[in-house]
Ligand binder design. Sequence first.
Ligand SMILES: [Zn+2]
Ligand SMILES: [Zn+2]
Ligand SMILES: [Zn+2]
Length: 254
Amino acid sequence: MVHARVLGVAQDAGVPHVGCACPRCERFRDAPLLPACLGIAGARCYLIDATPALPQQARMLPSFPAAILLTHAHMGHVAGLWQLGEEAYGARGITVHAPEGVCAFLRGNEPWRRLARSNLVLAPLAPGAGVELEEGLHAESFAVNHRGGETFGYFVEGPSRRILYLPDIDRWDLDLHALLARCDLALLDGTFWRRGEIGRQVDVPHPPIEDTLDLLSPEEAAKVRFLHLNHTNPVLDPDGPAALVAVQGDTIPL
Ligand SMILES: [Zn+2]
Ligand SMILES: [Zn+2]
Ligand SMILES: [Zn+2]
């Protein structure tokens, strides 16, 4: 069955967060939440984003990913590419679809430059462009505002459903209602629950879940599962706020 699988639900650094011993991080010590990542399984398998946990996440799919789509070039979204190099998987031409600026960054900077030359086939993608992953399985990019770097969200469409994957955005300065109208399920940036959740939040803008829910009708909210959760987010607690969060390991039929 063609499906997507939620391979990680945490912010780039995972939960527990490096160097943190807060009660929430301690609770996840033995069963970590991996950085946000979506697997897609059809005749072949695909990943959206290459997180530092790529080895574990690839094992959650029926076969090793044949291609990867990248949202942007931050640590939790590209660091796993390193696992495709000679020291590890030794990929021979895995296609990496990514925004043009991200491809240029990977081509121009070590340690990615060597990978880009020997192990990856970089396929620059324009905002709004589609990728036919295989017959009946299609991805489509759209541009989002995120720290001034080129960043995409993706629609993924299988034979029966279309889902939206958008782990990082600074604020809702695009038409969220129109995006939700185009999909059956949306995995959205839920990094923080509320404004001011961490002291330096102005440096790491994300729309807090509380504010996002205020924008949505009940029908829209029912389609949304939040992910890219920071270790400070109380939705991770058993008695935390009632918001629909994505569950690591969940399978979504496509
Ligand atoms: Zn991120
Ligand atoms: Zn913590
Ligand atoms: Zn980011």
